[in-house]
Structures are given as structure tokens and as C-alpha cells.
Design a protein around this ligand. Sequence first.
Ligand SMILES: Cc1cc2nc3c(=O)[nH]c(=O)nc-3n(C[C@H](O)[C@H](O)[C@H](O)COP(=O)(O)OP(=O)(O)OC[C@H]3O[C@@H](n4cnc5c(N)ncnc54)[C@H](O)[C@@H]3O)c2cc1C
Length: 144
Amino acid sequence: MNLSFNGKGRHRRSLVLDRSATRYNCFRYNSAIMNEDSITELKQNLRGRLIQPGDGDYDEARKVYNGMIHKKPRLIARCADVADVIRLVNFARDNDLLVSIRGGGHNAGGLGICDDGLVIDLAPIKYARVDPAARTVTVGGGCV
Ligand SMILES: Cc1cc2nc3c(=O)[nH]c(=O)nc-3n(C[C@H](O)[C@H](O)[C@H](O)COP(=O)(O)OP(=O)(O)OC[C@H]3O[C@@H](n4cnc5c(N)ncnc54)[C@H](O)[C@@H]3O)c2cc1C
């Protein structure tokens, strides 16, 4: 899966926290500001669950297989379906957010999770479609 936005390979870029922005309950990545209103709107439109620091299941949601990885995302979105994934990619692009995609969370380096950015968590998307004629199986991103 390749989600390098605008061809810039943003996955590899680090997020810079602007201390002056935190006073207004928002944080800044480059020139973009994500405020609480945009997060509330995202939450209302998602079919899956949006988890934030302070939520009871936040620490559980940010765990990956490698117990040495302790990254703290700003948002973790448990996607219910493809529509959620599309919405989240657009949200990340609009807010200039660092994104990581999480499937099974087994990547040894913990690349399915990121600090301060948005985790698009595919774990709930579990399905398998068999096409006997083409001899192929298509599985959801959460099947790993
Ligand atoms: C105990 C164990 C056994 C394993 N056995 C096998 C095995 O038998 N065979 C095998 O092939 N592998 C094996 N692996 C390796 C593992 O399957 C791979 O690391 C695989 O990538 C894990 O998939 P995942 O969905 O869990 O990835 P996750 O941990 O969910 O990571 C997500 C992936 O998406 C990528 N990604 C995240 N954000 C972005 C972005 N913005 N743009 C582009 N890419 C992004 C990350 O680089 C990462 O590769 C094993 C790992 C473990 C821990």
C-alpha cells in the first residue's frame, strides 16, 4: 500500500509540534492546523470508532506486536469499511497529517503506528472473497 501524498513520501516525515498552537487546543504539521471541530466532525461521520489520548481504550489501541514500540498517535481510527478509509485519507490530506496504516500490527519496526499522527487501523475490516475462475482470493486489510 502506498500512501505517499503529493509524491512527497510524507510517511517518512516527522511531525513538528508547534507549542504556540497547543494553547488553542490544536496542533500544527507544517502550515496546517487541525482543531477540535474538525475532529468532532470526523468522529460523527465515521462508521468505525475514533480513539484519542485520554480515551479508556487508547493504550490498548496503540499496542503493536513488538512490545518495545511505544508510539503515541494523535488519532487512531478503527475503520468499519472502505468508506471510512477514504474519509480518513481525505482528512489526513486536508489537515496535512502524518499517516500510518495498520493491518495486523506485526511489522517488527512498528511501522503501522506513528507518533502524533493519524493511524488508519484496518483491523475490523475482515473478509475473504474467493474467485474460483480467476483462482484468486481477496482479503480485507484486517485479516493479517
Ligand atoms: C511473529 C512474527 C512472524 C512473522 N512471520 C512471517 C512470515 O511467516 N512470513 C512473512 O512474510 N512475514 C512474517 N512476519 C512479518 C510480518 O508479517 C510483516 O512485517 C508484515 O508487514 C506485517 O503486516 P501487518 O499488516 O501486521 O503490518 P503492520 O504492522 O500493521 O504495519 C503496516 C504496514 O504498512 C506500512 N505503512 C504504514 N503506513 C504507511 C504509509 N503511510 N504509507 C505506506 N506504507 C505504510 C508499514 O510500513 C507496514 O509495513 C512475521 C512477523 C512476526 C512478528
